[in-house]
Design a protein around this ligand. Structure first.
Ligand code: 5RP
Length: 268
């Protein structure tokens, strides 16, 4: 591995814990101005100090994030269809030159295993990895779930392994309660979990805790952070689980504590 690739990976994964908290705010690339991201700058800026990298499109990055923010940028580089169309109909939207120009630490795209455009999206991954290897740029493959596919270990394991075989340096997939460790075992590159739809804070912390306990390398979480009643407290609690080995109750209390602290500091 060349120095540039190693250096980017070291900026993604905390050298002490070996894990990562990525903040996913790319949802608008097919959902438009979704809940919690209607005013991206207002939502994202207070969260930046607590994430290891920001998973974002170039449009939101350029228009809503200060270039002086020190948070590493992980760029979404695939897209095409809107939420009204065939979601698997994705292609590469953003060039490697652009990723380098934006000083990205990594690039991410979706593959749609079991969906209509499975083969094209997997080929997209192959082409992206070919180019990324030339520039020392880590590639994150996002394993989207086919509409007909259950989010179980068999399916998630299949999609994650295919992503790694094609050359992804990291995989983002969903957590499943049963046999998640088998998904991890079957995939030779680090796996981070997406959070999925908003669920109660304690349940989201439990999901992160379980995933980390079973071998996940971190989270790339969006809605369960930015749609939380207190996003800043929630991302700190997630951080405590991922990096500090907090259990769910400790993280939840920490979360509440931070809430009180924040309220009192506003009052003071
Ligand atoms: C959308 C994505 C999102 O980044 C991913 O789903 C993570 O966000 P969330 O935690 O809200 O699921 O890749 O395709």
């Amino acid at each position: 591995m060349d120095w540039g690739m190693k250096n980017r990976l070291a900026r993604i994964f905390n050298p002490k814990s070996g894990k990562t908290v990525m903040l996913a705010v790319d949802h608008g690339y097919f959902q438009g101005p979704t809940t919690g991201l209607k005013k991206p700058r207002e939502t994202i800026m207070p969260l930046l100090p607590y994430c290891d990298s920001l998973f974002v499109t170039r449009g939101i990055l350029r228009n809503c994030i200060s270039p002086s923010a020190n948070t590493p940028v992980f760029l979404r580089v695939s897209g095409g269809p809107s939420v009204l169309g065939e979601l698997s109909n994705e292609d590469l939207t953003t060039s490697m030159k652009e990723a380098l120009r934006l000083n990205a630490v990594g690039v991410g795209l979706s593959i749609f295993v079991g969906e209509k455009n499975e083969d094209r999206t997997i080929s997209n991954l192959g082409r992206l990895v070919n180019e990324a290897e030339e520039y020392g740029m880590p590639v994150l493959a996002i394993t989207a779930v086919g509409k007909e596919m259950a989010r179980d270990a068999r399916y998630l394991g299949l999609a994650s392994r295919i992503a790694a075989e094609i050359g992804a340096h990291m995989v983002k997939t969903y957590y499943c309660e049963e046999d998640f460790e088998k998904v991890i075992e079957g995939c030779p590159v680090p796996i981070v979990i997406a959070g999925g739809k908003k669920i109660p804070e304690k349940d989201a912390l439990q999901m992160a805790f379980n995933a980390i306990s079973k071998g996940a390398a971190g989270v790339d979480m969006g809605r369960n952070i930015f749609q939380s009643e207190n996003p800043v407290a929630m991302i700190q609690a997630i951080r405590a689980v991922v990096h500090e080995n907090y259990n769910v109750d400790e993280a939840f209390e920490f979360n509440k504590l931070k809430e009180k602290k924040m309220v009192s500091s506003v009052v003071e």
